[in-house]
Design a protein around this ligand. Structure first.
Ligand code: FAD
Ligand code: DHB
Length: 385
């Protein structure tokens, strides 16, 4: 079997890359270890930068996003029992959109299949050879080989591609907390996202639709879901979002729950020979800044452009610049995600001095237009290079 670009992983990065390449006449095969229902149901991100929605729309993948995406113009920071709005659009001229990762994946799978794309589910990649351009994978119990000009490692943090980059240098930060995320069949209690700092820990109120809420709670890194009954989750959320005013959190049936560890991670370089890493395969951010999916989209946008140039004109300048181009944006997002995480979480190792500094920082961001603008331009996303 042979193709131009072998894509390992059918998450948002791999699927979007395959779609963008198809639009430019470049052929690819996507190999995804899980089944279609699993990748379409995996609950994760929800907040898209304007640059991300521009890429989806500009490539013809934005029809349902335009109908169902919820355009937002601000977020609320809540601490000390009071809310402080950060007016993202007023400060940056940009908007952000709530549209779940599950829906992006469904849209891209449907588009690829409608366009005759070769997307193989339950096809697990066992090994890649960055110099030979070969990918060994197992499908229906049979091990096969896919040969390609280039290999895109879009196989997430636990994939096999990163290990094929020799002398890869990694940078890591683990945080002493995790997120418990829930999806609930209840109308959101807010129009805009609420990022709450409370002495008991961080909480985030997001949403999926006028009738579905998405909420997150800071928990211990070893938290066991069995210890978190629905009642305990709603009580803890109500406490952390609590204000002396009349605001009330509406509880409802919880339909999905999971615990996610919090980690910062970067692998450098993002390329070796014919292999290019993109998305979570190359970097992880703690979710507080809502950057992971957006970075996956910006990586594959840069990669699609570079591969298109290579096939159209034979020059590889953009491919050669790929790792450095992506890493500049990655490190900005790493810093912002770390900054939002330390601003808003309750660090179990903090002392009173740390807590006073954190409170002062929150008040500065809420009260200074200069500080709020810095948050807003990073949150809405800096323009693609
Ligand atoms: P993945 O989605 O991990 O996809 C990789 C794919 O590769 C998977 O389908 C996997 O099955 C497949 N695979 C792995 N190994 C193999 C193999 N050997 N062979 C074949 N296939 C393989 N980001 C945001 O931008 N905004 C947010 O609001 C946000 N919120 C988040 C909230 C939570 C709770 C979490 C957990 C994450 C959040 N993120 C957010 C991050 C975002 O979900 C990820 O960054 C995004 O999924 C990365 O996409 P990806 O395609 O690179 O990787
Ligand atoms: C969502 C997740 C995030 O991590 C975030 O910062 C904002 C929104 C979400 O899932 O909706």
């Amino acid at each position: 079997m042979r193709t131009q670009v072998a894509i390992v992983g059918g998450g948002p990065a791999g699927l979007l890359l395959s779609h963008l390449l198809h639009r430019q006449g470049v052929e690819s095969v996507v190999l995804e270890s899980r089944d279609r229902a699993y990748v379409e149901r995996r609950q994760r991100a929800g907040m898209l930068e304007q640059g991300t929605t521009d890429v989806l729309r500009g490539s013809g993948a934005g029809a349902r996003l335009d109908r169902e995406g919820l355009v937002h113009h601000g977020i609320e920071l809540r601490f000390g029992g009071a809310g402080h709005r950060i007016p993202i659009t007023d400060l940056t001229g940009r908007t952000v959109t709530v549209y779940a990762q599950t829906e992006i994946v469904k849209d891209l799978v449907a588009l690829r299949l409608a366009d005759g794309g070769d997307v193989r589910f339950e096809a697990e990649v066992l090994a890649v050879d960055p110099s030979g351009g070969t990918v060994a994978f197992r499908q229906d119990g049979v091990t096969r080989e896919l040969r390609a000009d280039y290999i895109a490692g879009c196989d997430g943090f636990h994939g096999v591609c990163r290990a094929a980059v020799p002398d890869v240098r990694t940078f890591t930060r683990d945080y002493p907390f995790a997120w418990l995320g829930v999806l609930a069949d209840v109308a959101p209690s807010t129009d805009e996202l609420i990022y709450a700092h409370h002495e008991r820990g961080f909480a985030l109120h997001s949403l999926r639709s006028p009738s579905v809420s998405r909420l997150y709670l800071q928990v211990a890194p070893d938290a066991d879901l069995a210890d978190w009954s629905d009642q305990r989750i709603w009580d803890e959320l109500a406490t952390r979002f609590g204000t002396p005013g009349g605001w009330k959190l509406k509880p409802g049936p919880i339909t999905d729950r999971s615990v996610t560890p919090m980690r910062s991670f970067v692998a450098e370089p993002m390329r070796h020979d014919r292999l290019f890493l993109a998305g979570d395969a190359a970097h992880i951010v703690p979710p507080t800044g809502a950057k992971g999916l957006n970075l996956a989209v910006s990586d594959v946008t840069v990669l699609a452009r570079a591969l298109t140039e290579r096939y159209a004109s034979g020059t590889s300048a953009l491919l050669d610049a790929y790792s450095a181009t992506c890493l500049r944006r990655v490190w900005r997002a790493e810093h912002f995600s770390y900054w939002m995480t330390t601003l808003l979480h309750a660090d179990p190792g903090a002392d009173d001095f740390d807590r006073r500094l954190q409170r002062s920082h929150l008040e500065y961001v809420a009260g200074s237009t200069a500080a709020a603008t810095s948050l807003a331009e990073n949150y809405a996303g800096l323009p693609l290079e």
